[in-house]
Design a protein around this ligand. Structure first.
Ligand SMILES: [Zn+2]
Length: 451
């Protein structure tokens, strides 16, 4: 018998934390932060969780023996398996003991580390990776794989299979346990540039005749059906009509969207000015031969914000690609020739950039909930109003739509289906009720047996 306990991602989008116990082996599937729940109690930067005890007290972190840094007991968990590098699946690992092995894809590890090294705001002991004056410090124990690599962990055989999602390094898991096979989708889509990978996963999952399937249902409401190709065409039309500066906001993880904007810029005779953080991620991904584009490409600029301190990771980008670095003043002088990636957090830079009349803003990221960080829509609109920037919204989702979800469930053919990562599990259960399977909307913290 295998036991499943859902400690997050239940009736909500993100914050997945699933405990799987099989004979003497216990693993966690994802260990994400739930932005929505944290916001109920915190208001950063004025008040934020400093250490694990705060989040345990609020019920945002599950009580699991020996799991956290300040718990001196032996860990009761053998490993944590991550599906992909979005914060709502990964971020709370910072509170976990460094000795507990973390399984994820090669690319996912690169993304997690690049984002963490270029981020600030966490106490040193809770950083997943740090760049010091002369070294890179990664205290965590990563065990990486590529698709199809099988690994044994006690009584469980792990088979990661790549899927398409709005970040590179996304995997689903086929877990062969003593109580039969359990499949976990993580987040996935079937309309993206690599939809083939998700279809391959569905096929492999079906072949494994699973007892149980744990599936996401983000887009059971508000499904956006656009493909990345359609997004590209729409953005290109908007950009070709824009006489002056084009600004664009999209998720740091969304490398497909970054590539889309790069291609649109090039096609329209513009340069894509990306943020220093985006450049750092591209730089790191290229090192492990993940093809995007070259940072010294003549169609690329790296936008350097106006600030006093330059961190080591920034210096690395600046030193290597100094010819392509541009300041706000540089952008100001070439408004009709640039497509500038600028998020809400870059709005102070508008004082130097001074977008001229005829400039526009394209918002190209998810939905009110956000896997990375909720954009503060009201405040963003105030900035756009102040700068005279009209707002366009063009986006393609990282998640499967209702038809595709139903297709995946019926193809895989598991006896039990647990629906997570959705705000409407009951809707999802009713929509799936004609399928020949038991649909379960789990309750948080409750244990379910699979045998
Ligand atoms: Zn995700």
């Amino acid at each position: 018998m295998v036991k499943l306990t859902f400690h997050g991602g239940v009736g909500e989008i993100g914050g997945n934390k699933i405990l799987l116990e099989d004979e003497n082996t216990s693993i966690l599937l994802d260990f994400g932060k739930n932005f929505e729940k944290e916001r109920r109690y915190y208001d950063e930067p004025y008040i934020k969780p400093r250490e694990e005890k705060h989040l345990i007290y609020l019920g945002l972190l599950p009580k699991i023996e020996g799991l956290y840094k300040k718990d001196e007991r032996e860990p009761s968990i053998d490993a944590i398996l991550f599906t992909h590098p979005h914060a709502d699946h990964v971020d709370y690992v910072r509170y976990v003991k460094d000795s507990i092995p973390l399984y994820c894809g090669e690319t996912a590890k690169t993304m997690i580390l690049a984002k963490e090294m270029s981020a600030s705001g966490h106490l040193k002991e809770y950083k997943i990776a740090r760049m010091t004056r002369d070294s890179v410090d990664v205290p965590k124990t990563f065990k990486t794989f590529r698709t199809g690599d099988k690994k044994r962990l006690g009584s469980i055989e792990i088979e990661p299979i790549h899927v398409d999602h709005s970040t590179p390094g996304a995997y689903a898991y086929i877990l062969h346990t003593s109580g039969g096979t359990i499949v976990y989708t993580g987040d996935f889509r079937l309309h993206g540039p690599r939809a083939e990978m998700s279809r391959e996963f569905v096929e492999k999952a079906k072949e494994a005749s699973p007892e149980a399937l744990i599936i996401e249902g983000t887009n059971i409401v508000d499904a956006k059906t656009a493909t990345e190709k359609e997004v590209k065409e729409k953005i290109s039309r908007i950009v070709s009509d824009a006489p002056r500066l084009v600004l664009a906001g999209f998720s740091l993880n969304d490398i497909d969207r970054l590539k889309t904007f790069y291609e649109v810029a090039k096609k329209n005779g513009r340069k894509l000015a990306m943020s220093m953080k985006q450049a750092y991620i591209v730089y790191r991904l290229r090192e492990e031969s993940f093809p995007i584009f070259r940072l010294n490409d003549p169609n690329i600029l790296i936008f350097q914000r106006e600030k006093r301190t330059t961190y080591k990771w920034e210096k690395e980008v600046i030193d290597n690609f100094s010819d392509n670095v541009a300041t706000g003043r540089d952008i100001n002088a070439m408004q009709g020739e640039v497509l500038l990636a600028a998020s809400f957090y870059d709005m102070n830079e508008m004082v130097e950039i001074l977008p001229e009349s005829g400039s526009i803003y394209i918002l190209s990221q998810s939905e009110p909930f956000n896997e990375e960080m909720e954009i503060n829509h009201e405040k963003m609109l105030n900035w756009l109003e102040r700068c005279g920037l009209p707002l366009y919204q063009v986006h393609a989702s990282g998640h499967a739509d209702p038809h595709q979800l139903k297709w995946a469930i019926s193809e895989i053919g598991a006896k039990k289906v647990f629906t997570i990562h959705t705000e409407r599990p009951r809707l999802m259960a009713r929509y799936m009720s004609d399928l020949d399977t038991e649909i379960i909307s789990p309750t948080e913290g409750e244990m379910y047996a699979v045998e």
